[in-house]
Design a protein around this ligand. Structure first.
Ligand SMILES: Nc1nc2c(c(=O)[nH]1)N[C@H]1C(S)=C(S)[C@@H](COP(=O)(O)O)O[C@H]1N2
Ligand SMILES: [Mo]
Length: 458
């Protein structure tokens, strides 16, 4: 930037971690007593504390009189010898990025084995989630399973469903025709804490149960063909995991027949991470995360849904009339602005790049509109390439902030013509007591101070 251009577009990062260890313990104890409001206020206090004048000054260095020493004095890295190759056999991020971590929400669950960690969406670029920052959802803890001992069994719920039940080793699966596809995975409970009202301060916690990777594997169809499945009779597939939760989910055969469902072993160019199901997981594009069974050990084909515990007691939506909606699996079109977003502070008036993510479980994102006045006026954002089916899409938009309060929103439309709903529209159909499938338009309030807050418009 030239000397006479005023500073603009500088964003103070959202605090990645809100609470100390003691703070987390206190919130956990209060959460156990059911005091959700305590959690909310603890978060609020922590966010407020992060935007102190000291923090602002630190992020806003003023060049010393007589010129900027960062230009005038040569740093050690310009005059000395750097480190050698393969200092680290598996490279790590810069130590200056150490605060970018997936994190668990204090007070959300009683144990870390049956819990969630959220991806730091506010710190990510483009559409791919680095594997080490992929969100995690475990029902019974994660394992590093020995691939040489892992087996996949394929059977029918009665013998007439397929000719030959088979057991595959990993080596056998990895010799079969291989495909690589970019897809998002979103937990059905993503944004679930926000059904009643604003609950969490940052986009990491409001939307961080989504991640996006390049997955590599063999289409499940290829393996079912090898077993001689009778597709006229076998209209459903059951996937079963090898961890203690015995995660089991029914998948309609149409999704398998079109070649989209994968038996995946690869993620972003390497083997799956243990947290994400190493050595084998199901990839079910567009469908909520729970169906992406990790540590996959068995596939059964049958002629009706199984109504397992994970689809009869859990992962059902309570509707306003008291009925439970079952087998709601597709993640509808949704988007969120990641900058500016909750917990960040805009340090100047002037130019900003509004950036965010959009996705649809039904195909490609067609357009994303952005509003800075709470939905009165909308402008189309730029969609960055590539725009892929059932994959995250990055959008960007130029914005000049005039220093007045602004209500920043994004609204995505997918290729089926479906438009992401407002909270009012969604609650009219779904009520307020759901957990899953909240795809409402998110609002961030940019205050005159530059501090950004999570709000809901009624
Ligand atoms: N075997 C097994 N598979 C599982 C789970 C699990 O606990 N065990 N959790 C499910 C849920 S609810 C989600 S949202 C995704 C999360 O995948 P990730 O941990 O790779 O993000 O895995 C699904 N598959
Ligand atoms: Mo999930």
């Amino acid at each position: 930037m030239s000397a006479d251009s005023p500073p603009s577009g500088r964003v103070l990062k959202a605090p990645e971690s809100f609470l100390s260890r003691d703070g987390i313990r206190a919130v956990f104890a209060e959460g156990k007593k059911g005091r959700r409001d305590f959690i909310r206020s603890a978060f609020a206090a922590a966010v407020a504390g992060a935007a102190t004048p000291a923090a602002l000054a630190q992020s806003n260095p003023v060049p010393a009189e007589g010129g900027d020493p960062n230009i005038l004095e040569l740093p050690a890295h310009s005059t000395g010898l750097g480190q050698g190759v393969a200092t680290d056999g598996y490279g790590k991020p810069s130590k200056f990025e150490a605060n970018v971590q997936r994190r668990q929400s204090p007070g959300l669950t009683q144990t870390t084995q049956s819990s969630v960690s959220f991806a730091p969406l506010q710190s990510l670029f483009g559409i791919i989630t680095p594997s080490g920052l992929h969100f995690e959802r475990h029902h019974q803890g994660w394992w590093d399973v020995d691939p040489s001992k892992h087996r996949l069994m394929v059977n029918g719920s009665d013998p007439s469903m397929l000719k030959t039940p088979m057991v595959f080793t990993m080596d056998e699966l990895m010799r079969l025709p291989m495909v690589s596809r970019f897809h998002f995975i979103e937990c059905g409970a993503n944004t679930g804490m926000e059904w009643g009202n604003v609950a969490v301060p940052t986009v990491q916690y409001s939307h961080g149960m989504i991640s996006c990777s390049e997955f590599t594997g063999v289409p499940l169809k290829v393996v079912l063909d090898l077993c001689g499945v009778d597709y006229r009779r076998a209209r459903y597939v059951l996937g079963e995991g090898a961890d203690g939760s015995s995660m089991t989910r029914t998948i309609p055969m149409e999704m398998v027949e079109n070649g989209e469902v994968l038996l995946a072993y690869g993620q972003n160019g390497e083997m799956l991470r243990p947290e994400n199901g190493y050595p084998l997981r199901l990839v079910v594009p567009g469908v909520q995360g729970v169906s992406w069974v990790k540590y996959l050990r068995r596939i059964e084909v049958g002629d009706k849904p199984w109504a397992t515990k994970d689809e009869a007691i859990h992962y059902i939506d309570l509707l306003p009339d008291g009925l439970h909606r079952q087998y709601s699996s597709i993640q509808e079109c949704k988007s969120v602005v990641t900058t500016p977003s909750g917990g960040q502070v805009l340090l100047d008036k002037g130019f900003y790049n509004i950036s965010g993510l959009a996705w649809s479980g039904r195909g490609k994102v067609k357009k994303v509109d952005v509003s800075v006045d709470g939905g009165r006026n909308w402008r189309p954002a730029r969609l960055e390439n590539p725009v892929l089916s059932k994959c995250l899409t990055r959008f960007n938009l130029d914005w000049v902030w005039d220093g007045k309060p602004a209500l920043v929103q994004s609204r995505a439309t997918d290729e089926t013509g479906y438009v992401q709903p407002t909270f009012r529209q969604l609650r009219a159909v779904r009520g307020t007591r759901s957990i899953y499938h909240n795809n409402a338009i998110q609002t961030w309030l940019v205050q005159e101070s530059g501090e950004v807050k999570n709000v809901q418009l009624s």
